[in-house]
Design a protein around this ligand. Sequence first.
Ligand SMILES: NC(=O)c1ccc[n+]([C@@H]2O[C@H](COP(=O)([O-])OP(=O)(O)OC[C@H]3O[C@@H](n4cnc5c(N)ncnc54)[C@H](O)[C@@H]3O)[C@@H](O)[C@H]2O)c1
Length: 264
Amino acid sequence: MTATGWDIGAYGRRATAEEPYVAAVVGAASGIGREAANLLAGLGCAVPCIDRDSAGVEAAAAAIRDAGGRAEAFAADVTRPETVHDAIGAVLDRFGQIDALVNCAGITGKTAIDSHEVDLDDFDLVYSINLRGALVVSQAVLPAMLERGYGRLLHVASVAGKDGNAGMAAYSATKAGLIGLIKVMGKDYARTGVTVNGLAPAVVQTPMVDALPQATVDYMTAKIPMARLGRLDEAAHMIAWILSPACSFTTGFTFDMTGGRATY
Ligand SMILES: NC(=O)c1ccc[n+]([C@@H]2O[C@H](COP(=O)([O-])OP(=O)(O)OC[C@H]3O[C@@H](n4cnc5c(N)ncnc54)[C@H](O)[C@@H]3O)[C@@H](O)[C@H]2O)c1
């Protein structure tokens, strides 16, 4: 892989100004999404950056342009479908196509709470972003991908959705639901040229994790056989490959990124 374009052998084809590969990132203002946007741009992709944090996503796109990449910011809140449809419409107007999209929008909600004490309003909020929001994003982008007969759609789930993390009922349940949704969509579109996959990281140091109680971070980190946190660049590289043409015979699957915690 090079810093200037898709490596033909590893990634399927090269993205150029004449033949762009448009890889959109939802949740691009921070953390994993921002890192993925940076890497994708470095690989030569045109990167529409989408987030509800309009100032943050403007800054992320501007930083990519300053580094010589192609990026533009679009504001959308995945809890409000009309804003997502408008943003995807604007991306299509501006870039003409969307080859790939990674959805990194997610929140933990309140943590360190036993399930019988979960606040239902907080549960609904987490659900509306992590699970319903993922469906909203999918519904907005899939028609354009299906029309072209090509697409790579990726949702960032979590190992919490595979294993369940104590004290994280809303987060774990919605990520488990997302993994189920990914399985369904993989089968729905298996014959269309559009793949739908997930990525399930363990703890990666991001602003989302910075905001968690230290006891919650320690609990999650202690479960990782490699005995360290995941790195942003590790997440970004997996995302870039799953979004690439080379990842062509896998759909409906949630890839593991847990330093050995989940081996399935
Ligand atoms: N960091 C980790 O340890 C970790 C582990 C497993 C899974 N994940 C998942 O990875 C994804 C990214 O997490 P992160 O750690 O980079 O978090 P982050 O908080 O750094 O970034 C999340 C981004 O999503 C955006 N966002 C949140 N709600 C939104 C909404 N309603 N509409 C549009 N954008 C919205 C935020 O503005 C932010 O820019 C999340 O889905 C998270 O659950 C993270």
